[in-house]
Design a protein around this ligand. Sequence first.
Ligand code: FE
Ligand code: FE
Ligand code: ZN
Length: 387
Amino acid sequence: MLLLHDSLLHHPFRLVRGNYGRPITDTHFSEIRHESFRKYAPVFQNAAFILTHMCILQYITAFHKALFFILYLIIFFILPFLCLLCIIIELYTLADKQKMKGAAITRRNNMLQIGCHLSASKGYEAMGKEAVKINANTFQFFTRNPRGGKAKEINPTDVEKYLAFADEHGISRILAHAPYTLNAASVDPGLREFAKLTMADDLKRMEYTPGNCYNFHPGSHVGQGAEVGIGFICDMLNEILTPKQSTTVLLETMSGKGSEIGRTFEELREILDRVSLSDKMGVCLDTCHIWDGGYDIVNHPDEVLTEFDNIIGLSRLKAIHLNDSMNPLGSHKDRHAKIGEGEIGLEALTRIINHPALCHLPFYLETPNELDGYKKEIEILRKRYTE
Ligand code: FE
Ligand code: FE
Ligand code: ZN
């Protein structure tokens, strides 16, 4: 293109040069004018020709300039930007994969995700092995003595072995339970501080097994009124939750025994609303508790779940405590019964595990059982899981 451009540019000068060097006098002016017109006509013609070409050239050059400009934009701006975008997306996906590694959300063969409460005294790997023994693919455990107190140091080797074991055996979404004696809504500032420090420490420890849930009883307002109690709970959560944590903190639905906060879906909603890092929060639904709290999951499960969805949102629901209840609807007692041996009954609990809004969730048994009893309940429920 450049060569063609140059040759065309030199073309007129070659022609014009041939007519230069001839002296021009006044006497010959008209003749010259006439002659020069004749002689120089081809020059003008050439000039016009060249000018036309120059215009085309200019057009081509402008066109190419635009083309080069676009190419330049693509190579130096758009492509690097797209690469950067891909890298960012990849990093996010990696972070997600990392998060899920501990939880390993692989629903193998559409199996019911079910487990029970296990003793944490021998560590994670031992719990994993115990779960597999009873055909569970998840489990719940206390982060420390259920009455509070100092937690056992986490053994990183144990955690590592557990994670490999869990991956191999399809154990996922384990649930930690805070000591049930903690009361973040207490009148006593010392007890509130204790609840805060304990839970903050638990959340730190939870990061050894990232991506799981940590469940706690919201607390009892002990006569101050639910509003004041909820205020204290939210203050605590706003102090201990961090944007970087991979753990989701769950509020457990309560039976309303004594001055327990969390009997109604509205109270849980209020807590969720007042926590700034609300995306780190979820809810764990305890079938015995809501039954005792007055939600009829036996005769009106759909209505109860619709109410839950309208007030809290089903997307907040991360786990189910699957328990039968020793007491009738609305008794506010909180006494768990073995599956099928209580007021809720096996049929209603079967409907719960198979309910389209719940069947994908992990279920945890907190029934009064030893390992053998849990094994039987898991077997019964697996047989009744129809997905
Ligand atoms: Fe609980
Ligand atoms: Fe529970
Ligand atoms: Zn309970």
